[in-house]
Design a protein around this ligand. Structure first.
Ligand SMILES: C[S@@+](CC[C@H](N)C(=O)[O-])C[C@H]1O[C@@H](n2cnc3c(N)ncnc32)[C@H](O)[C@@H]1O
Length: 254
């Protein structure tokens, strides 16, 4: 599977740049909840030294939030888009954060143990936007981290959904719409893949948002919330139910 298939990730509209930039001022609820979850799961804390790779780091907006919270850990953000890497490193420099840096790279082209010993790999809001989960997870595993933690769209059952979106509220140089995946991966299948590679300590939890988000007025893609009869919120984007989960796979200790 080549990176060309990740589509549209090399040119960004104003709306997409806003997605990255505004998180520098206001971190997403999911990023805050994920950082708390990582701490509860004993992956990171404020005093722990750790070397962490963040795959699909965007402008490093979520990376810098974690770097601030876990200030003794060192974060490298791997990102496909050179534009985002340059903008993100400039933004990181302005925060004077010294424990986070972005580099340009493609998850599909990672080489075994490329980054030396790693404590952890995180990847936030990225896996579901790739063509499939198996190759990217195997690439993460090939780097040999002790643990891998992901936020993406998952389903707690034996069903895997490949979803291709064409959003007509946005266009690219080639098409009058914007294409992207919103894949929902089967948790039992993901768990089995990790098990097969020795990551047998597996945890997952749904992420339930605690604030209301408005539906985009143009009806295009963009996460908003609806309330169920029991007042619980669900997240929706265009025609897709956003079934967010946090997933953690740890190598069994020898
Ligand atoms: C939805 S954004 C998430 C950004 C950030 N992790 C966050 O939570 O805000 C997904 C990111 O993955 C990057 N990406 C897509 N395909 C990639 C690949 N093959 N290798 C590395 N990064 C990739 C995109 O350029 C984009 O910045």
């Amino acid at each position: 599977m080549s990176s060309e298939k990740t589509r549209e990730w090399d040119h960004f509209t104003e709306k997409e740049m806003d997605y990255f930039e505004r998180q520098y001022f206001e971190p997403y609820r999911s990023t805050i909840a994920f950082s708390e979850w990582l701490e509860r799961k004993d992956c990171l804390n404020a005093s722990k030294k750790a070397k962490v790779l963040d795959i699909g780091a965007g402008m490093g907006e979520a990376t810098q939030f974690l770097a601030q919270r876990f200030s003794n850990a060192n974060f490298t953000g791997l990102e496909l888009s050179r534009h985002l890497v340059e903008k993100g490193n400039a933004a990181l420099r302005s925060t004077e954060r010294t424990n986070a840096l972005l580099i340009e790279g493609d998850i599909f082209k990672l080489r075994e143990k490329e980054f030396g010993p790693l404590d952890g790999i995180i990847s936030m809001q990225t896996l579901s936007w790739l063509p499939e989960f198996k190759t990217p997870i195997e690439k993460m595993i090939s780097l040999g981290p002790r643990w891998i933690a992901l936020t993406s769209l998952f389903y707690d059952g034996p069903v895997n959904a490949k979803i291709e979106i064409q959003d007509l509220t946005s266009s690219t140089a080639e098409r009058p719409y914007r294409e992207s995946f919103y894949n929902v991966y089967s948790i039992p299948l993901v768990k089995e893949l990790f098990f097969d590679h020795g990551y047998t300590d597996f945890h997952y939890d749904p992420f339930v948002i605690d604030i209301d988000l408005k539906k985009p007025s143009n009806g295009g893609m963009g996460t908003y919330t609806e309330r169920l009869a029991d007042e619980k919120r669900i997240q929706v984007s265009g025609p897709v139910l956003m079934s967010w989960y946090f997933i953690l796979a740890k190598k069994k200790k020898n």
